[in-house]
Write a protein that binds this ligand. Structure first.
Ligand code: PLP
Length: 450
């Protein structure tokens, strides 16, 4: 039996796939919060280098990956694809379960794929310093590593609850040379405003984004970087899906269903978009995006224009949102605690091409423990959401007797999430009910766009 399908370094994709020109309906424009007019590249110039802005608005189907970025990616890519023989056996399912594993990257998740690309384009344009936010610490550590490779200074605003829960993530960032503060912090006006209202604020990605954007916007030599949500970030992740297509081809198999967790949507997009292209060309294939019940933006949010951050500093984007002031419960899947969803994922969900499912954290950890005990790899709490739904789909096959090919993304390992596993194993992990009232009041604060 074969367990792993490995590719050679020469199989590393030479281009990113941009889904924008293939969308069934056009992507609604990003608009200015004051004028409600579409924004242009110049509006983004204080925050991002032009190379990335060009990708953000690109309508080219493919964008070449610069040689220096490919050389950086080769430190860990191509990543393996596994067949989960032992998990299948434990479930007694006729389904075939495949997973693509991104935990082999230096920072332990898919985030490194876009981090090296973003650091490269900043370096090209002479940027000396970057400010960013991090939720669970994966993006901060990926960017710290990438900034170290390309010689750029980095400041990370780390969501307070994660800063407390995950000291090793902070230490990784510091090891790679970054400066890290708990957000909300007293280093920005946005942080001070939040602390004045709630001195014990657990923080949120929305708050941390406000702090990092304010930092970058108030300095000539500093740019901002985002680890998810934006079009160019999702595009950088498509190396995952292109490799997976090649790996499935070598296995002489084709996925019936593609599953991934969604926080901002970048890892799921990375695996799914190259396959969505094939679905739009007529292939029968299902896509399931899995989100936490505590922050269910697609399943319970509204598809409307909203701010990307709590402090209302970003432009307005059309997306599934729970409202930009919504602060999710402190679940362990910190990377999934975002009020919104990538505009590209939102549009595809609205069009019915992607199905969304929300799951509670206890069944998620139950699935993750079964996975770790059969397959060996300890999943990060975020992709454990995808493990849960992959198992659910495999169990459905057991009932129906179908032999489906289930492909999911294991986008990171959980080596720095042992406190979360400890609380599950000692019975302390709680499920949080869907916060209906909090979502209702946060959605009331979403701007009204005619
Ligand atoms: C950041 C992160 C997520 C959530 O972000 P997406 O953009 O939805 O991928 C999920 N899993 C891991 C391991 C992450 O680092």
């Amino acid at each position: 039996m074969d367990y792993k399908t490995l590719l050679d370094e020469r199989d590393l994709p030479e281009r990113w796939y941009n889904i924008v020109p293939d969308l069934p309906v056009p992507l609604p424009p990003v608009i200015h919060p004051g004028t409600h007019q579409p924004i242009g590249p110049d509006d983004l110039a204080p925050l991002f280098p032009m190379g990335l802005i060009a990708q953000e608005v690109s309508t080219d189907q493919y964008v070449p990956i610069p040689e220096e970025v490919r050389e950086a990616l080769k430190l860990w890519r191509p990543t393996p694809m596994y067949r989960a023989h032992r998990l299948e056996k434990a479930l007694d399912t006729p389904a075939h379960i495949f997973y693509k594993y991104e935990g082999v990257s230096p920072a332990g998740s898919h985030k490194t794929n876009t981090a090296v690309a973003q650091a490269y384009y900043n370096k090209q344009e002479g940027v000396k310093r970057i400010a960013t936010e991090t939720g669970a610490g994966q993006w901060g550590s990926a960017l710290a590593f990438a900034c170290q490779l390309f010689g750029i200074e980095l400041k990370v605003y780390m969501v307070n609850v994660s800063y407390q829960q995950k000291p090793y993530r902070r230490q990784m960032m510091e090891l790679w040379g970054a400066q890290v503060v708990a957000s909300p912090s007293t280093d920005t006006q946005a942080g001070k405003n939040i602390l004045a209202a709630d001195p014990d604020s657990p923080g949120s990605l929305g708050i941390a984004i406000s702090e990092a954007v304010e930092d970058a916007a108030s300095s000539e030599t500093t740019k901002y970087a985002l680890g998810s949500v934006l079009n160019h970030v999702l595009m950088h992740q498509t190396v995952i899906g292109q490799e997976a297509q090649l790996q499935m081809e070598r296995l002489d198999a084709y996925p019936d269903v593609v599953i991934g967790c969604v926080g901002g949507g970048s890892s799921f997009a990375g695996l799914a978009f190259p396959f969505i292209k094939e679905r739009l060309e007529g292939k029968a294939i299902e896509f399931i995006a899995v989100e936490p019940e505590a922050a269910p933006s697609i399943t319970r949010g509204t598809y409307t224009y909203d701010f990307g951050d709590t402090g209302e500093l970003t432009p307005l984007v059309k997306m599934f949102t729970l409202g930009h002031t919504f602060v999710p419960a402190p679940i362990h899947a910190g990377g999934l605690r975002y009020h919104g969803m990538a505009p590209l994922i939102s549009l595809l969900a609205e069009q019915g091409i992607i199905e969304a499912r929300a799951v509670h954290q206890r069944p998620v950890f139950e699935a993750a423990v079964l996975f770790a005990r059969t397959e060996g790899i300890i999943p990060a709490p975020e992709p454990a959401h995808a493990v849960r739904v992959a198992i659910d789909e495999a169990l459905k096959c057991k009932e129906s007797g179908e032999t489906k090919n289930i492909l999911f993304l294991l986008c990171g390992h959980g080596h720095f999430d042992m406190a979360a596993y400890d609380s599950y194993l000692t019975g302390k992990l709680e499920d949080y009910a869907y916060p209906a009232e909090a979502v209702k009041s946060a959605l009331a604060g979403v701007p009204q766009i005619a």
